[in-house]
Design a protein around this ligand. Structure first.
Ligand code: UDP
Ligand code: MG
Length: 333
């Protein structure tokens, strides 16, 4: 393969404490990638509305002269938007690597991602959490399992379980992502949707260097729900199926009551069982309506065609505007 430039995209939300260590390690990795594979490395940092001075700090770090693009959002738009912005910002890169800023995605693994991409016929290489089941509680395991079950039902593509956003994508893979028009972007789903040959390598994420995760249980549930309603209509089918089962059961029950009345002595039903049933079906209907509402809400949001993010700053450091020319000068095919 004849690739020349690798862009490393990092979404950043209040990571000031981690940035110096991250850049230091990235610089080392970038140097050995240049040595081993002849790839020049550039960085894209997307500040997702941090309030701890991350962006100011990014302007002053030492990138060993590598081209750096610094984007700052006008507010916090979320990691998915930040990743999309990063991919947009590197249209000429032959491959893009996305990784977290908190060093939970060990920069040293970048070498493996690049090596596999260079030596095998794949368009995406991702790292997956090996011992997720062991490290997370049973409740989270069951919920995640259910989530992926629903997500992978009724779609022609698979969304890889346990794969995070630590991933290398080839240029045509990135091109495909850039073409997707939706403003609500669940990247893990989009990676699956895009297709191509993908390969996973195991990793054991170390704990966060500093700070705390932005994704608490509630936010994860919300994200899963958003992902589900934007990728699959299986929940709607399940709803219809549940309705069908309940209708059939009540039909049989009705028949049973009539037969009992006609041929046997009726035992009669108390008012409390009727009340319980009414409340049960009331609840079921509310759940179903709520779910339906979620899907309609998605349509309304997408119909507005709002951009996924708004930029406050867009800076290029290092080799200005030459990120495309320098690597070509170094090596002509
Ligand atoms: N992040 C972001 N926007 C957000 C939340 C997080 O860009 O609204 C970034 C964050 O700075 C980090 C990555 O996304 O680089 C992963 O976030 P975090 O470590 O909080 O999540 P976890 O490791 O728990 O998945
Ligand atoms: Mg993290």
């Amino acid at each position: 393969m004849n690739a020349r430039n690798l862009a490393i995209v990092v979404p950043i939300y209040n990571e000031a404490e981690n940035l110096s260590a991250l850049v230091l390690r990235l610089n080392r990795i970038a140097a050995s990638i240049a040595g081993d594979h002849g790839l020049s490395v550039s960085y894209v940092f997307v500040d997702d509305g941090s309030r701890d001075g991350s962006f100011a700090l990014l302007n002053h770090l030492d990138y060993d002269g590598r081209p750096v693009r610094l984007l700052q959002f006008s507010r916090n738009f979320g990691k998915e938007a930040a990743l999309s912005a990063g991919i947009e910002a590197a249209p000429t890169a032959d491959a893009i690597i996305m990784m977290d800023a908190d060093l939970q995605h060990p920069p040293e693994l970048v070498l493996d991602l690049v090596r596999i991409w260079q030596s095998e016929d794949v368009d995406s290489v991702y790292a997956y959490k090996e011992d997720r089941r062991a490290s997370e509680g049973w409740l989270k395991s069951i919920l995640t399992g259910g989530f992926y079950w629903i997500m992978n039902r009724g779609t022609r593509f698979d969304i890889t379980e346990n794969a995070g956003d630590f991933r290398l994508i080839s240029r045509r893979f990135a091109d495909a992502l850039r073409q997707l028009p939706e403003s609500e972007r669940f990247m893990k789903g989009l990676y699956g949707w895009v297709g191509f040959r993908q390969r996973g390598i195991p990793m054991t994420p170390p704990p966060r260097l500093h700070g705390t995760s932005s994704f608490n249980a509630l936010r994860l549930v919300a994200l899963s729900f958003d992902a589900m309603t934007s990728f699959t209509t299986t929940p709607l089918r399940l709803m219809a199926l549940a309705g069908l089962c309940i209708a059939a059961l009540s039909g049989f029950y009705g028949l049973y009551i009539v037969i009992e009345r006609l041929f046997f002595i009726s035992s009669g039903i108390g008012i409390s069982s009727v009340l319980a049933l009414v409340a049960f079906f009331g609840g079921m209907q509310m759940i179903f309506l709520g779910l339906l509402g979620e899907y309609i809400g998605k349509t309304v949001l997408e119909a507005k065609r709002r951009p996924p993010y708004v930029l406050a700053e867009d800076r290029t450091l290092g080799a200005p505007a030459s990120s495309e020319t320098t690597p070509q000068e170094q090596e002509t095919p």
